[in-house]
Design a protein around this ligand. Sequence first.
Ligand code: SF4
Ligand code: SF4
Length: 96
Amino acid sequence: MRYDSYGSNVGVNRKEHVMPHVICEPCIGVKDASCVEVCPVECIHEADDQFYIHPEECIDCGACVPACPVSAIFPEEDVPKEWQSFIARNVELSGL
Ligand code: SF4
Ligand code: SF4
């Protein structure tokens, strides 16, 4: 019983796509890829109008945050209110 409960919790977390870092609106139109150069796990990918972070690949190291010249990257819990939709956008662009 306890085992089943533990396994279920893990499954729920994965389905909610826990996302350590998120790329928001300021990246659009800039896309200079500075963040890509510093990411140790190559989890930042290019879409048509912005770069995005794959939530299941990001290890939450924070190296990309100071590398961005327009401050477009935030830990999920610090994403500004006006850019909350970019949390789901990063997930969608990742194909999840
Ligand atoms: S937090 Fe680290 S692992 Fe995640 S996208 Fe930024 S540089 Fe890559
Ligand atoms: S460094 Fe910032 S502006 Fe440049 S691609 Fe990454 S998120 Fe976009």
